[in-house]
Design a protein around this ligand. Structure first.
Ligand code: PBG
Length: 348
């Protein structure tokens, strides 16, 4: 601390102030002087194994279809999906998380439990293609399969029926396990979803299939581009089941419930705008923590980079690093494969 000498008749000159402060003893800059020093003092490092790639597959496509609000991301055909997972495995990332886009939707989301439905068929393709080389995660939710676009089935008055939805989720878990998923990822935020899915899998002798629980999933504007990606039919919003973005403490309640119900991993979503929640969850959780860098986070960086307003590579790297630093063990990101390639380049 620079202090004005007591009773001094004249103010300190800037040079005297520096001399009085004696900054030479404690210099955090010492560890930033060379690339080797900085590297040796790094607290958090990114590794391809931290990364999971979300992928979209659409029924009936003959060519991969670009998604306007997610430049660089496509809806895959079943064939291009196979190529994408081979590429993901070669890049050294940990896994993929699959979302299906069906051609036909109905009130109960029948396509979600049809073994020939787009998501289940794609899971089987991917398992046949890469076997156990990647963790194959299946999105377990009805929103892509229902004509109303909600994550569950509706009551007569149009509200989302929690317990009737759990029956559908249980059926979906069995179909996804049968199709070859290593991990099912319930993302619908119904109360009790993890416990019911765990029980039905165990009852079917599938105690090998893990549950990645979307534990703290917020009703976020940042899912906008994803809804284009899955051609969502939703009108209105998901505020009666997804969490209020204002709530930090409640995330710990959701996480505790999911762990008690048997979750193998818990997720916070979105990631970047919820790093405080992520840090809380990482501190409290007894299971590994995942974070989903969602479509809107992706779109914001891509849009700014396309304008030349941000350095794209540095923006991507820093955003994922921040999510890891906040405490995520694994990060779901649409940049997973590209980032993995950069990380490998940097080691060379
Ligand atoms: C619902 C689901 C959503 C996302 C993943 N799973 C959308 C929603 O809740 O409306 C969003 C992912 C993203 O924005 O990247 N099944």
């Amino acid at each position: 601390m620079t202090t004005h000498p007591a009773g001094s008749p004249t103010p300190l000159t800037p040079a005297d102030a520096v001399a009085a402060a004696r900054p030479g003893r404690v210099r955090p800059r010492r560890l930033r002087g060379t690339a080797a020093l900085r590297r040796s003092a790094t607290e958090v490092r990114l590794h391809p194994a931290d990364l999971i790639l979300p992928l979209f597959v659409k029924e009936g496509l003959t060519e991969p279809q670009p998604i306007a609000s997610m430049p660089g991301v496509v809806q895959h055909t079943r064939d291009s999906l196979r190529r994408a997972v081979v590429e993901a495995a070669a890049a050294g990332i940990s896994g993929v998380n699959l979302f299906g886009v069906p051609l036909v939707r109905d009130a109960t989301g029948s396509g979600a439990t049809d073994p020939d439905g787009v998501l289940n068929a794609a899971l089987a393709d991917v398992r046949a293609e890469v076997g156990d080389a990647l963790v194959i995660q299946a999105d377990l939710c009805l929103d892509e399969f229902t004509d109303h676009g909600h994550c569950g089935v509706l009551t007569a008055d149009g509200s989302v029926d929690n317990d009737a939805t759990l029956v559908r989720y249980a059926e979906m878990a069995l179909a996804q396990a049968e199709a070859g998923a290593h991990m099912v990822a319930p993302s619908g935020m119904m109360d009790g979803q993890v416990g019911v899915i765990r029980d039905v899998l165990d009852g079917a002798g599938r105690d090998d299939v893990a549950v990645l629980a979307y534990a703290a999933k917020f009703a976020s504007v940042l899912y906008g581009p994803f809804r284009d990606a899955v051609e969502s039919t939703l009108e209105g919003d998901r505020r009666t089941y997804q969490m209020d973005p204002a709530n930090r403490r409640e995330a710990l309640r959701e996480v505790a419930l999911d762990i008690a119900e048997g979750a193998d991993l818990v997720m916070v979503k979105p990631a970047g705008a919820f790093l405080d929640v992520l840090a809380d969850v990482a501190a409290a959780s007894t299971v590994p923590v995942a974070a989903y860098q969602v479509s809107g986070e992706y779109a914001m960086v891509e849009a700014a980079a396309a304008q030349g307003w941000l350095d794209r590579r540095r923006a991507i790297t820093e955003s994922v690093l921040g999510i890891r630093r906040a405490g995520a063990d694994q990060v779901l990101t649409y940049w997973a494969v590209e980032l993995a390639h950069w990380l490998r380049e940097e080691w060379r």
